[in-house]
Design a protein around this ligand. Structure first.
Ligand code: APR
Length: 308
């Protein structure tokens, strides 16, 4: 049987995620959204593309949850995107209400699913979903690090004029202005980035990565990024559904790893059929550890406001 995937929120990120998933033939996709007709229309349109794409998957849309029952994977993109001048944190309370109205319904019908959270502010929404779902920590995963490291990798490839395939970028921390790109662990064909570029050049790329989401918002004027975020979700979904045991940076609920307890934050995780199969701990310098702590404190401020 093909895996069943539910995507809650059939907006830009949700629909584009469905699109990438169809192209990788990851499973049957159900899109659900509160807007009448939109998930059904986008689902049907995508399904009609499958004979051309030569992919044997079904894509359907719904406004409720019955159709989502027994999903293996649930991706939550429902919420409101950032508008220009609005920080991810401004979205906090608005999107928490969306979590409250979606998570309990979706997990009641798919009690064995693995959840991937996309809604911003990401780390806080992942924590809200973790509390609301009451799932074990391996089954609630936030998408941020794959996107942030892809942005870092894209900028490095452009700077060095090398293939994107040569870049292994490494980003830790929360999905926000305090994220912690780690040039020391970022390699180009196995060579540390710190050997290839001067410190000030690296710092400029790090800065652009930190502002990666904001750069797109400023260009689009209405709405936020969706091609790369959706591709990042798909990478995580594939690692889980095909049990690849792939190490990817994800927002995970830490229980003492990296000296952090009781909080979602971006760390390298091994993703496979059980979701997060392990959190990988790497050695950090005192400065990197301090940056991670600062990032965790920023996430903690939000979770405290929400009481999650
Ligand atoms: N239940 C289901 N769908 C909902 C709900 C809800 N309670 N509330 C909102 N939605 C839907 C909206 O109707 C909309 O179709 O979520 C969708 C969000 O889509 P977009 O507005 O296009 O936003 P998008 O760019 O997809 O971003 C979604 O992902 O990257 C993050 O910051 C981004 O939090 C935002 C989320």
């Amino acid at each position: 049987m093909r895996p069943k995937i539910t995507i809650v929120g059939a907006g830009n990120v949700g629909a584009t995620t469905a699109h990438w998933m169809v192209t990788r033939e990851l499973g049957d996709v159900v899109l659900t959204d509160i807007v009448e007709g939109v998930p059904q229309g986008k689902g049907l349109d995508l399904f009609e593309a499958t004979p051309i794409a030569r992919k044997d998957v079904r894509v359907t849309g719904a406004n409720g949850y019955d159709e989502t029952a027994n999903s293996d994977l649930v991706v939550i993109t429902a919420g409101f995107p950032r508008k220009p001048g609005m920080s991810r944190d401004d979205l906090l309370k608005k999107n928490y209400e969306v979590m409250q109205s979606t998570i309990e319904k979706v997990v009641a019908l798919s009690p064995n699913a693995i959840l991937i959270l996309v809604t911003n502010p990401l780390d806080a929404m992942a924590q809200a979903a973790f509390r609301l779902s009451k799932f074990s920590r391996n089954r609630v995963i936030g998408m941020a690090g794959v996107l942030d490291s892809a942005r870092f990798a894209a900028f490095i490839a452009q700077e060095l004029e090398v293939s994107v395939e040569n870049i292994q970028a490494f980003v830790l921390g929360g999905h926000g202005d305090t994220m912690v790109p780690l040039p020391r662990y970022t390699t180009v064909a196995g060579v540390p980035l710190t050997e290839l570029l001067p410190a000030e050049k690296i710092e400029a790329l790090v800065k652009r990565t930190r502002n990666g989401g904001g750069e797109i918002v400023a260009l689009l004027k209405s709405g936020s990024a969706y091609y790369a975020p959706a591709a990042a979700v798909c990478e995580m979904a594939e690692a889980i559904l095909r049990d690849k045991k792939k190490i990817l940076p994800c927002a995970a609920y830490l229980e003492g790893e990296y000296g952090i307890r009781g909080l979602f934050i971006g760390v390298p995780c091994k993703l496979g059929a059980r979701g997060i199969e392990s959190v990988i701990e790497v050695k950090l310098t005192a400065e990197e550890q301090a940056q991670l702590r600062k990032s965790a404190d920023a996430v903690q401020e939000l979770t405290t406001v929400l009481g999650v």
